[in-house]
Design a protein around this ligand. Structure first.
Ligand SMILES: Cc1cc2nc3c(=O)[nH]c(=O)nc-3n(C[C@H](O)[C@H](O)[C@H](O)COP(=O)(O)OP(=O)(O)OC[C@H]3O[C@@H](n4cnc5c(N)ncnc54)[C@H](O)[C@@H]3O)c2cc1C
Length: 398
């Protein structure tokens, strides 16, 4: 058996490192076990290399979970301002991009360095390249881990293995396997914050438009997100699509307002009055990206002869165009999956976990934190805020 530890943490990502720091500051001897070659890989690649480390507007309403109340306690006790205080203490410059999203001015590497500095200062031991082969509960209590670097034991075990997204970065289903091993229900998982794919005629209709971006309001299952959409080679992406993807499942209807914030019919009526000689296609190309407007005319509005001047459009015809602009149907066939998803929806059922300590309700000493739990944030720094907050809750309790 190597060393004496009070707490073993599996996974040196956002949640694992934060939990380790919090527990070690309380005098706990903590070992963090990471199977990848370095820690915090998702932090490094996050936010386009600048890590959107929190969102100042975080509320429980920004999370998806079978139990929407579960995240409340931890989020209330460790707020974005607590994390910002740490960032400022380490002299890391940051800025707000939009909607409360805070990014590093320079690099995500500074966030990883900050967490590792805090770990070092608090005496946390971190082992990379270390794979857990077996987890046992000896009769004497606690947990015993058989790993590729020897055996470790401690009275508390924190599962911080994250979700399934980006397997090339070290993501694994190990956290879910451990949960099942200890009798914890795991809710079905699927990719979230992920580009949507189109197929057949729905794909053909947007073919050749890849790279075109426009502001939209995307709606699905009673939710809507206003932000930009980007047409890709395989379908659609961009913040509005990533956000709505977490609420979309195959077969669900998805609608887009292509003129968010304005009344499409009113806009068309005004343009008809102001520029009666202009063609509908020309007018649409001023409201939308030109290539996108052209394609709308060819693939959706051809029957209305969009080359005709605006004055020739009857009231019902204008209403038809307005309805298309305000409620454009997007038929997605699937998502790009875990390969590109930012998060995993579903996971360890929160019903069997304490919302104040993240400790299992059935296996004393076992904790689940971060993305492995069935708590998934919106795009915009909410997922890291959940990682920090849930980790802090567990780190305070172990
Ligand atoms: C491309 C991308 C960009 C993102 N950008 C943002 C952003 O800007 N803002 C935001 O809030 N969220 C962002 N996210 C989401 C965010 O990264 C995650 O929600 C967050 O990292 C979850 O933290 P975690 O500690 O639970 O899991 P992770 O950070 O994924 O950490 C889990 C750790 O466990 C390790 N591990 C897994 N299995 C084992 C095992 N068997 N043994 C040992 N170790 C194991 C992994 O290698 C990993 O280091 C992004 C995600 C991706 C993929």
């Amino acid at each position: 058996m190597s060393g004496h530890h009070d707490v073993l943490v599996i996974g040196a990502g956002a949640a694992g490192l934060m939990c380790a720091v919090t527990a070690a500051r309380r005098g706990r001897r903590v070992l963090v076990i990471e199977h990848a070659n370095k820690v915090g890989k998702k932090i490094l690649m996050s936010g386009g290399g600048r890590c959107n480390f929190t969102n100042t507007g975080t509320t429980p309403a920004n999370y998806l979970s079978a139990n929407p109340h579960f995240c409340k306690s931890a989020l209330a006790r460790y707020t974005p301002w607590h994390f910002i205080e740490m960032v400022e203490r380490h002299g890391i410059a940051y800025h707000e991009k939009e909607l409360g999203q805070l990014f590093c001015d320079e690099s995500s590497r500074l966030i990883v360095r900050m967490l590792l500095d805090e770990c070092a200062r608090a005496g946390v031991e971190v082992r990379t390249h270390c794979s857990v082969e077996r987890v046992e509960q000896p009769d004497a209590g606690g947990f015993r881990l058989q790993t590729t670097q020897g055996r470790f034991a401690a009275p508390a075990l924190v599962v911080a293995c994250g979700g399934l997204s980006i397997p090339s970065m070290g993501a694994s289903g190990f956290g879910y396997e451990l949960a099942r091993q200890f009798g914890h229900p795991v809710l079905p998982t699927r990719a979230g914050l992920v580009p949507l794919t189109l197929s057949g005629k729905h794909h053909e209709r947007l073919e050749g438009l890849s790279g075109v971006a426009l502001p939209v309001t995307a709606r699905c299952n009673g939710r809507d997100f206003s932000n930009s959409m980007l047409v890709t080679h395989r379908g659609v992406s961009g913040p509005a699509i990533l956000q709505i993807s977490s609420y979309w499942q195959p077969g669900d209807e998805l609608r887009l307002d292509l003129l968010p914030g304005s009344d499409a019919l009113e806009t068309l009526r005004q343009l008809q009055a102001a520029r009666p000689a202009a063609g509908l296609g020309t007018v649409l190309a001023e409201l939308l990206p030109r290539r996108f407007a052209q394609r709308l005319c060819e693939a959706w509005l051809a029957h209305l002869q969009p080359g005709r001047p605006m004055r020739q459009f009857s009231a019902p015809q204008l209403r038809e165009v307005a309805a298309l602009l305000a409620d454009w149907p997007l038929v997605a066939s699937g998502t790009e999956g875990y390969r590109t998803a930012e998060v995993t929806l579903g996971g360890v059922d929160t019903d069997s976990v304490s919302s104040t300590t993240m400790q299992s309700r059935t296996v004393p000493g076992l904790y689940f934190i971060g993305e492995v739990l069935d708590v998934t944030g919106w795009l915009g720094g909410y997922n890291f805020q959940w990682a920090w907050a849930s980790a802090h809750a567990a780190g305070t309790a172990v």
